[in-house]
Design a protein around this ligand. Structure first.
Ligand code: FDA
Length: 310
């Protein structure tokens, strides 16, 4: 409950224009802990650095609040260019995409623009042996995202496209069951949006219990799972589960956010687990940055200290 109140307070305050202006002008230096840079070259450099620690990368071009069809298609072009640049640099392109940023919900030439653009992105990634994960946004987009995920898996295969389920949503276990015929590649997260209690569990213990059920169900079914959390207790539980059930280490991976629990990321990689860092970059870093601060007061203190140092 306190977690929820804290998150709500941060997201409300960070939504104020003057706070955004202040953080944008003074906060870039601190934001760099969580955001790899403003362009693709910086993001690719971050992938190379992580490689040194045995950690894989998942590139995410930040771009929320893009709304016209032209902006969405221009954004999709930038993702295509990222795939080209990664491939040219010899980095297997693994990217995450928010369907809203490429036009989900807008009909152009009789088709959802998000689906049209996602198809172009997934097709390009497939040509390079890459992978595209469709990020999950707020609950109003879940139905359409899962429908479009199904279409894309049928067209390009589950080795090229995956999506995300959020354990705070009551519906996620039913969604997982309904996706099983696809042998889906799923990232399981707790969920980062401010959701009403009618759709999302308000109690952290319930969210964690639901998280375990989702991950274990995927592992039992033998479908690839991306265990995306910084929660050490959950990570330990998953390690025990895979050991007890003889799950191979190449049947799952741990995922964490760039700049968060770097010690734990390195340690898991050292122990021989597959670990992937989600590497956001781009000029539009503020909303992403606000969500990270909303996750833990430790980050708010880190940012305040950094900004006060000037
Ligand atoms: P929780 O928030 O319970 O934190 C557990 C512990 O981890 C904390 O006590 C703290 O020690 C540490 N920790 C967590 N967050 C931290 C932070 N920001 N800074 C420092 N320490 C932190 N969400 C979504 O809705 N849709 C999506 O598509 C994705 N995608 C995604 C990809 C990847 C790779 C990750 C890791 C996460 C996401 N998320 C997401 C975000 C996710 O829903 C969730 O908000 C965060 O991961 C925080 O939850 P934890 O599972 O880490 O646990």
């Amino acid at each position: 409950m306190i977690d929820q109140l804290y998150r709500k307070a941060v997201l409300t305050v960070s939504g104020q224009k003057f706070v955004e202006d202040l953080v944008r002008s003074r906060g870039w230096r601190v934001a760099q802990r969580f955001v790899a840079g403003e362009d693709a070259a910086s993001a690719l450099r971050a992938v190379r650095e992580l490689e040194g620690d045995g950690i894989l990368g998942n590139l995410d071009l930040l771009g929320e609040f893009i709304d016209s069809p032209e902006q969405c298609s221009a954004f999709a072009e930038r993702v295509l260019s990222l795939l080209d640049q990664a491939n040219a640099a010899g980095i297997p392109p693994y990217v995450s995409v928010k369907l809203s940023s490429v036009g989900q919900g807008q009909t152009v030439n009789g088709e959802d623009l998000g689906l049209t653009n996602a198809r172009r992105i997934v097709s390009r990634a497939k040509g390079y042996g890459g992978f595209v994960c469709l990020d999950m946004e707020d609950h109003t987009r879940v139905d359409q995202t899962l429908t479009q995920f199904r279409l894309l898996v049928n067209e390009f295969g589950n080795e090229t496209v995956g999506t995300v389920l959020q354990s705070y949503l009551y519906r996620s276990e039913a969604d997982l069951a309904a996706l099983q015929d696809l042998r889906p590649n799923l990232r399981i997260v707790k969920g980062a949006y401010l959701e009403p209690p009618s759709v999302a569990m308000p109690d952290k213990a319930d969210v964690d219990a639901s998280y375990r059920r989702l991950v274990y169900a995927q592992l039992r079914a033998g479908h690839y799972v991306n265990v995306a959390t910084h929660d050490e207790r959950l990570i330990e539980d998953v390690k025990h589960f895979v050991l007890a059930h003889g799950v191979r280490r190449d049947a799952f991976e741990f995922q964490m956010l760039y700049g968060v629990r770097r010690d734990l990321q390195k340690e898991l990689a050292r122990q021989g687990y597959r670990v992937r860092a989600y590497i956001p970059y781009g000029r539009d870093w503020y909303p992403y940055f606000s969500r990270r601060i909303a996750e833990t007061p430790r980050n708010a203190l880190f940012v305040l200290r950094g900004m006060l140092k000037g």
